[in-house]
Design a binder for this molecule. Structure first.
Ligand code: GLN
Length: 509
């Protein structure tokens, strides 16, 4: 039998159903690949080997009994380490939680496990999901499997590296301002941030609660969509989880039935007459020429298939960056207050008094970027500055959302680059937080507006010493997740054929 590495969900499921392979063998083959190769890529912080094997045995038993093992039955999975798995470490990439063991499963994890996924491990991230390159961590910096001198993108670097290296078929990240989409772009895979409120945040360590969304990584749009269909759903444990959103809005639910209706042969028809806006605000000189030329190629392919492609400016979209860094840091400063050495987090012993205990525990436990954000957020919320910063940012956030609402009256989907450049060298931007923040200029607006966004690989750049993938970003209106997936799926079929296999993945196939 050829290698089990790098297979899509459908391929692994077929092998299982035909009894050519067992789920235990799938788990073992992927864990072996991790053990052999992850010393060069550092995708995982902790393996959950026992859990994976137990889940694999349960899948095998179901198949033996003739039962359907679930939409993800036997599919290897990597979870970002800010998503709780009961009885396993939950570090959030931070020293302060180095020894913390999660007491329960996140709803997202629960759903994936019930669908038969095999959880191989907890994947690395920027500390508390704050970052764009995954260099803000007290643990080893993960490496881009296309070029291990480069970053994989952040903050969900680990699950992206896992999927792009073939350690797992799917990965789960969280996206507050681009943390699924940027690493998907840098690693040459698909990543999706769903509409805010579609996936429960229960058990996801909060960074900025009004922006955080859990979503999938995969190597095809179909696999990302299958994973999303499992993650979806109302959850009484998350107050911001949407109640019956599709029934109420009449929009199509991106459920499994919908995913099964996606047909390769219908892709070209679907694109005919589709109205696609290219966000002109993100085609400035700040975007690398390589990325611009890939986006031009995509525009042409869309046009050749009868889509109506027009440039559009989205008013206020450029204000997304300052607005985001006020809203996100303000919420972070409140959310991270619980890590004080008493309620949560490592405690510095023998303090003189309780304030010193808090201060010393936080001083020792948090990294520099997390401290910077807590200070910025506390400042923006402090009396006297609240109106000038936080309130103003919320007002502009509203304007951004309304701009998108108006733009989506004219377009079915919006197209833009994901980031101004391809994956950069480790260390290249660490001393310049502003340039680092600019990596997310094109991804942040979707979080502020609560709309879904998806990144799809669209080409390979040869401008650097080693080939690097380029990802395009598609956006759709609120609850139009099915439209977004359909558009991405169709585009994936008609773009020039290209296999996005990183060297780490290729070596294992
Ligand atoms: N890079 C952005 C930040 O640091 C987004 C992070 C994220 O989406 N979690 O805030």
């Amino acid at each position: 039998m050829s290698s089990l590495i790098g297979k899509r969900i459908g391929e692994l499921k077929a092998l299982l159903q035909e009894k050519q392979v067992s789920a235990v063998e799938i788990a073992e083959a992927h864990l072996d690949h991790v053990k052999k190769s992850d010393s060069q890529t550092h995708a995982f912080l902790n393996l959950t080997e026992e859990l994976a094997k137990e889940q694999a045995r349960a899948v095998d038993q179901k198949i033996a009994r003739g039962e359907e093992p679930g939409p993800l039955g036997g599919i290897p999975l990597a979870l970002k380490d800010n998503i709780s798995v009961a009885d396993y470490p939950l570090t959030c990439g931070s020293k302060i939680l180095e020894n913390f063991i999660a007491p329960y499963n996140a709803t997202a994890a629960e759903k994936l496990f019930a669908a038969g996924a095999l959880c191989l491990g907890k994947a690395t991230l920027d500390e508390f999901a704050m970052g764009s390159s995954n260099e803000n961590t007290s643990f080893p910096v993960p490496r881009n499997p296309w070029d291990t001198d480069r970053v994989p993108g952040g903050s969900s670097g680990g699950p992206a590296v896992s999927v792009a290296s073939g350690y797992s078929s799917i990965g789960i990240g969280s996206d507050t301002g681009g943390s699924i989409r940027l690493p998907a772009s840098f690693c040459g895979i698909v990543g999706m941030k769903p509409t805010y409120g579609l996936v429960s945040r229960f058990g996801l360590t909060a960074y900025a609660s009004s922006l955080d969304q859990i979503g999938p990584f995969a190597r095809s749009v179909e696999d990302a969509a299958i994973t999303l269909s499992v993650l979806l759903g109302e959850d009484g444990k998350d107050a911001t989880s949407l109640r019956a959103p599709f029934e109420k809005s009449g929009e199509q639910a991106p459920d499994l039935k919908f995913v099964r209706s996606l047909k390769k042969e219908n892709a070209a028809d679907y694109l005919k007459g589709l109205r696609v806006g290219v966000i002109a605000d993100f085609l400035s000189d700040a975007i690398s020429p390589e990325i611009k030329s890939q986006i031009d190629k995509v525009r042409k392919v869309l046009g050749d298939h009868g889509a109506i492609v027009e440039e559009v400016t989205v008013p206020h979209i450029k204000e997304a960056l300052p607005v985001y860094y006020i809203v996100a840091t303000a919420e972070a400063s409140a959310n991270l207050a619980r890590f004080d050495g008493v309620r949560y987090g490592a405690r510095t012993e023998s303090p003189a008094d309780i304030t010193t205990l808090y201060n010393q525990s936080r001083e020792a436990g948090f990294g520099d970027e997390v401290k910077r954000r807590i200070m910025l957020g506390t400042y923006a919320l402090s009396s006297g500055y609240y109106d000038a910063y936080y309130k103003k940012a919320q007002q502009v956030r509203r304007l951004i959302k309304e701009s998108f609402d108006r733009t989506f009256e004219r377009f079915d989907a919006l197209l833009s680059p994901t980031s101004p450049s391809t994956a950069f060298k480790i260390g290249e931007k660490v001393d310049d937080p502003l340039t680092m923040y600019l990596c997310d200029i094109a991804t942040l607006p979707a979080n502020l507006a609560g709309i879904p966004g998806l990144v799809l690989p669209c080409g390979i750049s040869t401008a650097e010493a080693k080939p690097l993938p380029v990802g395009l970003q598609l956006l759709a209106g609120q609850l139009k997740d099915a439209v977004l997936i359909k558009t991405a799926f169709a585009l994936e079929q008609v773009l020039p054929a290209q296999t996005y296999e990183s060297p780490v993945l290729k070596a294992a196939i």
